[in-house]
Design a protein around this ligand. Structure first.
Ligand code: F6R
Length: 608
């Protein structure tokens, strides 16, 4: 989603802003712009539609020299993708970049008849509102605070004015902003990755906070402009993690680095000898763990599917605990009831997803404890939960989530193991889970290595199809959903995930020779039933790819079969999913798509 960068210091602002915006490209955007003030406090603004390279062409013709400025990548919400709708917006002396949505912008616009609007955006309305209060003795900070007190919605903003040419005014409600404190410079960004390499020292703004930032000072206030004590924190990660590291795309890098990132997820949390597992951040006593009767898992998209998969395992290994997995955008508006002794797992890679965050707050208000399963360190969800664990997958740059999914599932499986232990679950099963989790990074490495060429070849064979069904039973069902999501996101092939047993209840009507089906089939108790679904599809002319851990001795008839060789009894679905990730990647490449920044998508969905 939209990205924000601001700079005030001794260097040329344009370079830092463009570099920062490039670091935020992965979030998804459709236009970009910067505004700066030169040495004589004259404003300059450049905006363009499309990639940052387009903005660079505009700037190459007329470079900006100033040492203070703001930049933005826009993901259109109000108004189409046009230069006029791109940020920064100007109203009088106020220049503004904004992430989020001003819900009452029409109401506010109606009161601002003096301003001649040039865009369709809610942001220009906010700029005009600030400008309307920027009169007489009012400072920019006064005007921003006054305007924000009238706003309903979410925002992360940076404003500046030629009348106060040495400062940026920054404020946040519901949309992240981080103020990096460098030597003789202050850099602001909506995502810590834009600050890496400049400074590790930063203030994460909380909702309702405003900061007046100069080259060497941060004056932190609330919206009544009362002073607040700032608590600088260390930014995690390093600039190398956000490079492609020799791969053609971030997506392939992130798929291939799963053995390492998963190792980081598991590190120090599994004791294979004792057959035990611990997640420190859950800060629950054995008694509190024992008292849990109901676990609700909340997420969106891939995070939701990670939760769904985890719920199958929790049910399998934890006696007497009920799990419920919910889609955040639905749950937040449902009249849900949480039984006594409920806890919630809030699953989010970015830690900023608006709907997931809203659920966290609703659930907390109803008195249940909320625990985060979050990747981005210092993100809003991580800061608002009662406890939880980072998944430590490292920065995930490609829009489609891969390594975060695997690490989310693994983290929730550790939680399942802890819960099972406290509830007197079967010790052998817990020990088996510990052993398989410990071996998972190596099994994934083996699967990726042996199967990448096979999945590439299959992608070449199926990349011209327009429709696909992904199917699976039991723990392979959430995997089927995730496989279909991955394919549609990056290849734009229409793909749907179904439980194999649901075929006869509707989707089989679609099957003909123009569709292909991906069957995730596990050996074991539901093998025969899964094969039944496969036969039904083939009898109707459907092309079937089977992904399976079944040995050659188990006969399977399909157009293509990819067999993985593993001794796993529990975690095979995670291995099958890595095949699906590779398949989606290679199909998207074969179709010539922008793999890392698929159309219409954003990495971090900070608006509803
Ligand atoms: C799919 C994908 C999305 C996200 C979803 C939730 O590849 O990336 O479906 O999983 O937007 O995002 P987070 O995990 O950041 O809350």
């Amino acid at each position: 989603m939209c990205g924000i960068v601001g700079y005030v210091g001794k260097k040329t602002a344009q370079d830092i802003l463009i570099n920062g915006l490039k670091r935020l490209e992965y979030r998804g955007y459709d236009s970009a712009g910067i505004a700066t003030l030169d040495e004589d406090a004259n404003p300059h603004c450049a905006r363009s539609v499309g990639k940052i390279a387009e903005l660079e062409k505009v700037l190459a013709a007329k470079p900006h020299e100033g040492k203070i400025g703001i930049g933005h990548t826009r993901w259109a919400t109000h108004g189409g993708v046009t230069v006029n709708n791109a940020h920064p917006h100007r109203a009088g002396d106020v220049f503004l970049v904004h992430n989020g949505i001003i819900e009452n912008y029409k109401e506010l616009k109606a009161k601002l008849s003096d301003h001649e609007f040039k865009s369709d955006t809610d942001t220009e309305v906010l700029a005009a509102l600030i400008d309307s209060y920027y009169k007489g003795k009012a400072t920019l900070a006064d005007a921003v605070a006054k305007a924000l007190s009238e706003v309903r919605g979410t925002y992360g903003i940076i404003a500046f004015s030629p009348r106060e040419p040495e400062q940026l005014v920054v404020a946040r409600f519901g949309s992240p902003l981080i103020v990096g404190l460098g030597k003789d410079e202050t850099i602001i960004a909506s995502d810590a990755s834009a600050l890496l390499g400049y400074t590790r020292n930063a203030i994460y703004l909380n909702d309702g906070e405003l900061a007046i930032c100069t080259r060497d000072d941060i004056d932190l206030r609330n919206l009544k402009l009362e002073s607040i004590k700032a608590k600088p924190e260390e930014i995690q990660g390093d600039a190398e993690q956000i490079q492609k590291g020799g791969y053609d795309h971030f997506l392939l890098k992130e798929i291939m680095e799963q053995p390492t990132t998963l190792h980081n997820t598991l590190s120090g949390r599994i004791n294979v000898k004792q057959g035990t597992m611990r997640l420190g951040g859950f800060n629950l006593t054995p008694k509190e763990l024992r008292e849990i009767e109901h676990v609700v898992i909340v997420g969106c998209g891939t995070a939701y599917y990670a939760g769904l998969l985890a719920s199958y395992y929790i049910e399998q290994i934890v006696p007497d605990v009920t799990t419920e997995v919910v889609i955040a955008s639905e749950y937040r508006y449902r009249s849900f009831h949480l039984p006594k002794h409920s806890v919630a797992l809030i699953v989010s890679q970015s830690g900023e997803t608006a709907d997931t965050l809203a659920c966290l707050r609703e659930i907390k208000q109803r008195g249940a404890k909320v625990f985060g399963i979050v990747n981005v360190v210092g993100s809003t969800i991580a800061r608002e939960v009662d406890g939880g664990s980072y998944v430590y997958a490292g920065p995930e740059i490609s829009v489609a989530s891969t390594k975060a999914f695997t690490s989310q599932v693994a983290t929730m499986l550790i939680f399942a193991g802890m819960l099972s232990e406290a509830h007197g679950g079967n010790r052998e099963t817990i020990a088996k889970l510990a052993t398989e989790l410990d071996a998972l990074p190596d099994e994934i490495a083996k699967t990726l290595e042996t199967c990448a060429p096979i999945m590439k070849e299959l992608a070449g064979k199926y990349c011209k199809y327009d429709d696909a069904l992904y199917l699976g039973r039991d723990t392979a069902f959430p995997i089927a959903l995730e496989g279909a999501l991955k394919l549609k996101e990056i290849s734009y092939i229409h793909a749907e995930g179904y439980a194999t047993g649901e075929l006869k209840h509707g989707p089989i009507a679609l099957v003909d020779s123009t569709y292909f089906e991906v069957f995730n089939i596990l050996k074991g108790r539901l093998f025969e039933k899964s094969i039944g679904g496969l036969q039904e599809v083939r009898a109707r002319g459907g092309k079937a790819i089977v992904l399976t851990d079944a040995p050659e001795s188990l006969d399977i008839e399909a157009d293509d079969i990819v067999r993985i060789d593993t001794k796993f009894e529990l975690l095979t679905p995670i291995l099958l999913n890595t095949l699906q990730q590779l398949f989606a990647y290679y199909v998207a490449v074969a179709r010539g798509n922008d793999v890392d920044q698929p159309r219409n998508l954003a990495k971090s969905v900070t608006v509803e």
